[in-house]
Design a binder for this molecule. Sequence first.
Ligand code: 3PG
Length: 421
Amino acid sequence: MGDSFLTLDDLPPGGKTVLLRVDINSSINPETGALLDDTRIRRHAATAKLLAEAGSKVAILAHQSRPGLLDCVPLERHARRLANLIDRPVKFIPDIHGELACDAVTNLKVGEIVMLDNVRFDTDEVTISSWNGEDFTPQADTALVRNLAPLADIFVNDAFAAAHRCQPSLVGFTEVLPMATGLVMERELRKLGGAIADGPTPRIALLGGSKAADSVAIARHFLSQGVDEILTGGVVANLFLMADGIDIGAPSTAYIRDHITNWEQVVADAEALRKEFGDRLVVPIDVAVSEEGLRHGLPVSELPTKYPVHDIGIETLVAYLARLEKAGTVIANGPMGVFENLEFATGTRELFTAIADSDALTVVGGGETTMAFTHMGLADRVNHVSTGGGACIAFMSGRLMPVLEALRHSKKRFDEGGYEK
Ligand code: 3PG
């Protein structure tokens, strides 16, 4: 990773004014404004602390939610929570790039941290957000970059969870300030990227959940990167069964038709993948259907069914557990069924518990999966739980991500001596 991106080893931050972009977008009680989950703030606390202790002057940029939503609030509570976590003052500045913000950044002393306000209160931030695929000129040509860049020496991009976005606060500084990865970004890239392409073998991925179109793209990327086997569950498994020409029954077929955009193309993509990679893509041999809310097991050979498929069956579970036991690396993305309903939680709970108990390198990614691991009290027992939702899916699918491209570009520019400071 060090080859492609600048890190804090390349840009020693001591004595420097650092713009630190984090992703502390968190669940918030819209009535009280209270933070309901501080996982992301905890993760970024390490980077903020490291910079302050190294003697930097730190100005934090971050977003919370999207304009128009009730939880699109100022970052005052985020700043307070961060201050508690790192046991240092973090002064909240109710401004992003106006006079108040610029004065605060200019007057920073060594070791001090300020948090500027929610960048999504800035119109440019939400309107200049698409990528032309080439450079970041529109994002650079904004008041945010014009006003803050001259006050800073380096830009630390730690916002992995927003790395699939192309907004000014994420990529707009690329041409004017050298950009390094922070600790969160570094860990995400090392752990996620490492597990997919370099983890101990055999590398096994568990792909489930309802976002089946994403999962087909993830499966293709994983298999082409050398993941040995993909065990499917949830709607993803139903989709691959359909791709095999199996009639999964009216309710599950209707779900796919109603919930997956361009579903016929997605099934065709799944079919192509199945043909190309054959048995490395594993589908269930039995399923559990919901008969008026009650679990009923059924071999795949007895499909179709008039009931919806809500979990993998017990035979499949046993087979998947045996495969996981031999794994050197496990990457989990997506539950095996409707795990929120206890009746259909068996597949997900047993497999996720096996992953938590495994000696393999274990990595968990995606919003729904992270939620399930946390909900089941297993999140602390895996090697890495990604902070990314959409970003993690984009990364696992091998899609180009604007922030990673910006980091690559910055490294190149830095190596060529392109920055003035
Ligand atoms: C997230 O929570 O996934 C990130 O903070 C990105 O948020 P966004 O989808 O509103 O850009």
